[in-house]
Structures are given as structure tokens and as C-alpha cells.
Design a protein around this ligand. Structure first.
Ligand SMILES: *Cc1c(COP(=O)(O)O)cnc(C)c1O
Length: 395
């Protein structure tokens, strides 16, 4: 048995989405900007996809801008918020230390251009409180940007409450909802957000396509210059197969949301209960306030890379934190933001399930992970020192 438990990195393409996309590669291949019939057929598909994506998050279709994925949507939202603030002399931005790199690196760049960035500390349970945000807002704050569901540990942030505070204080608010859309309810009105990012491939849509929701009146700045596509805010010939697939996937995900959430939460609870039995293990992030499928554990005495390779060999695809950073030996910035010491932040395992996973697969994971942890600990000099009491256990 081989279990794919890395749905936070990417998901399989929904068969219905694939089927809907195929004609747009072969028969209906016109450019949506062309005035002829093939072009107009593409334009119709684009409009329909825009309406479907908008409806899924309770937005107006005019508030949806298709992008080349989640990273691009994050870049555009943050740069737009920063520029809108700068025009009024406001150059302060608030975010958190455990954002995705698409957010953190964009903020770094803005810092080099004279913006001041406050990265809020995250509490030990992996949640930022509305009070933390309220206390950090200043007269010159242009933008608050906070991840909805953290991609490494799966904790859910109180977006609606943070949004209410930002609105009251007249500050633009963006949320990176790439791990949220299709997995938890997302209603842009109820959430009080001005901008929201999403990526199709995180909810069984195709890769390389995403969207930025920007509330009417929020001034967007282009990050890709060129033609007048996307109401002049994102140039480039539209990815019609991509947006068609994204629309089908978001519709499927939202139609089945409640049932899927219950089912996946059940799998997750079983996984947490089983993995918690491993001695000197630790669940990272709040026990309850988390996305249905994402679980992140630390196992003392072993490092993440070896664990992942052995799990792969034993039939479990997992990840240590974000796919973008595993492969480097740096400890996870997310786990460090939670206040975990370096020794522990190296040894994390992320398992992300979704509605395609089965109970038998969870059983397989629960059989394999303890075996691999035992095996690696037997060979680990660090574990040996912990067991002999040379160094104290931290977990
Ligand atoms: C995956 C992810 C992104 C990046 O999305 P891409 O479509 O890969 O560019 C951004 N933020 C979060 C929270 C993510 O999980």
C-alpha cells in the first residue's frame, strides 16, 4: 500500500475537473480576447468560471482576478495593499512570523523599499489572536496580512475577528487562504476581508492557476504588466483550461464541504490519537482549532529528512513542513515561530489528509510511523544521549 498523505503540498486533479478541461486544450482553444467565435467561446468559459469561483466564496464575479497560483495572488495582494497605503503616507505592514514564504519574501522585498514590517509572534498553540493584531495597528499601518490555515501545522486563525478590527481601524486586510478554500467554509463577506488568495491545486484543481479576491474599491497594482486581461489587473493570455478546472474543483469541494470535513476530521482524530502514543512525541498546533486534515508532529531524537525518506520507502508520502523548504536542512520557520527549540523544530512530520484518504490508509500510517521512528531512534546518537540522561528530554 502506498498512501499519499501530503495534500497540503498539492492534491490530485479531480476527474470531473480534468474532463471539463480537456475540450479547452483541443477544440475550444481560442484566445478569450479574440473577437471571432472560437475566442468568444473561450471568453464565455472564462466568465462562467469566474462566476462559479466567486459564488463559492460569496463574492461578486467582478471581484475575482485569476492568477498563476497562490504565490502570485499573495504577491499581488500584498504589493497592492502596500502601494495603496504608501499613497497616503502609510508604510507599516503587519503580518505573522509563520506565513508562507510567498508572503514573507514579498514583505522582505517591501522592507528593502522602505516599508516597515511587524511580524507578530505566534502563540504556542499556533494561533494569532485578534488582540495581538489590534495592539500592533498604528496610525501609519497600511495592511494586515495573515494566513487563514497555516500550511505546516494546519491551525486556523480567527480571520473574521481580525478582519472586523482592521475594518474598524481603516486598515486593508488580506488573508492567504490557500489552505482554507475547499477545506473549511470561506465566505469573504462574513470574514471581513479585503483581499484573499487561493490556489486551485490545493483543492483538486490544476496546478499553476489561482485567484485573488479583491473587494470592490480595493485598488490593485499589477505584478504582471501587458495586455488588458483580468480587468487590466493581470496581463497574459488567460489559462482557460486552468480556470475551467479550478471552477469545477471549487464547486465540487464546496458542495461536499460539510460531509468531507466531518469525514476527514474523523481520520485526523484517529491519526492524532495513534501518533500521540509514540513516546516523546508532540502534536504541534492547537488540538481543536485546525484544518480537518492537517497534522504536524515532532518526534524527539530524529531529524525530519530521514523520517520522510524512510516513510516513503515504507509507503507513506509525507512532508516535513512546507514542500518549499524540505530539502534544506534549516529548521522550520513555522515551528520556530511557535517557540520550539531548534533541536525539535528539525524533527517534524506533516501528514495532510483529505477526503480521498481512507481509514485503511490511516491504519497503514499508524503501523509504519512508529516502526520508522523506533528504527531511526535506535541508530540516533542524539536519542542515545537522551535515553542515557546525558541531555534532558525536551518533549
Ligand atoms: C501552497 C501555498 C501557497 C503557494 O501557492 P502556489 O499555488 O503553490 O503558488 C501559498 N500559501 C499557502 C498557505 C500555501 O499552502
Amino acid at each position: 500500500m502506498y498512501v499519499y498523505a501530503d495534500n497540503a503540498a498539492t492534491t490530485s486533479l479531480s476527474p470531473r475537473a480534468l474532463e471539463a478541461m480537456l475540450p479547452y486544450f483541443t477544440e475550444i482553444y481560442g484566445n478569450a480576447s479574440s473577437l471571432h467565435t472560437p475566442g468568444q467561446k473561450a471568453a464565455e468559459a472564462l466568465q462562467k468560471a469566474r462566476e462559479t469561483v466567486a459564488k463559492a466564496i460569496n463574492a461578486d464575479f467582478k471581484e475575482i482576478y485569476f492568477t498563476g497560483g497562490g504565490s502570485e495572488a499573495d504577491n499581488q495582494a500584498i504589493i497592492s495593499g502596500a502601494m495603496a497605503g504608501a499613497r497616503k503616507g502609510k508604510k507599516h505592514i503587519i503580518s505573522t512570523a509563520f506565513e508562507h514564504h510567498a508572503v514573507l519574501h514579498t514583505l522582505k522585498k517591501l522592507e528593502q523599499q522602505g516599508f516597515e514590517v511587524t511580524l507578530l509572534d505566534v502563540h504556542e498553540n499556533g494561533v494569532v489572536t485578534p488582540e495581538d493584531v489590534a495592539a500592533a495597528i498604528r496610525e501609519d499601518t497600511a495592511l494586515v496580512t495573515i494566513v487563514f490555515v497555516n500550511n505546516e501545522i494546519g491551525t486556523i486563525q480567527p480571520i473574521a475577528q481580525i478582519g472586523a478590527i482592521c475594518r474598524e481601524r481603516g486598515v486593508l486586510f488580506h488573508t492567504d487562504a490557500v489552505q482554507a478554500v475547499g477545506h473549511v467554509p470561506v465566505d469573504v463577506r462574513a470574514l471581513n476581508v479585503d483581499m484573499l488568495s487561493m490556489a486551485a491545486h490545493k483543492f483538486h484543481g490544476p496546478k499553476g492557476v489561482g485567484a485573488l479576491y479583491a473587494r470592490k474599491g480595493v485598488p490593485l497594482v499589477n505584478v504582471i504588466e501587458g495586455g488588458q486581461q483580468e480587468r487590466g489587473k493581470r496581463a497574459g493570455t488567460e489559462n482557460i483550461p486552468g480556470v475551467v478546472g479550478m471552477a469545477v474543483a471549487i464547486q465540487e469541494a464546496t458542495e461536499n464541504l460539510q460531509a468531507d470535513m466531518e469525514y476527514v476530521t474523523g481520520l485526523r482524530e484517529k491519526l492524532i490519537a495513534g501518533l500521540s502514543k509514540i513516546p516523546h512525541s508532540r502534536l504541534n498546533g492547537d488540538r481543536q482549532q485546525r484544518a480537518p486534515g492537517t497534522v504536524n508532529f515532532c518526534f524527539e531524537g530524529i531529524e525530519g529528512e530521514g523520517l520522510l525518506l524512510w516513510l516513503d520507502a515504507k509507503g507513506v508520502a509525507a512532508s516535513s513542513g512546507s514542500a518549499c523548504t524540505s530539502g534544506s536542512l534549516d529548521p522550520s520557520h513555522v515551528l520556530l515561530a511557535l517557540g520550539l527549540p531548534h533541536e525539535i523544530a528539525h524533527g517534524s512530520l506533516r501528514l495532510s489528509l483529505d477526503a480521498h484518504n481512507t481509514e485503511a490508509e490511516v491504519d497503514h500510517i499508524l503501523k509504519v510511523v512508529p516502526q520508522v521512528v523506533d528504527y531511526l531512534r535506535d541508530m540516533s546518537p542524539v536519542w542515545d544521549e537522551l535515553e542515557r540522561g546525558v541531555t534532558p528530554h525536551l518533549i
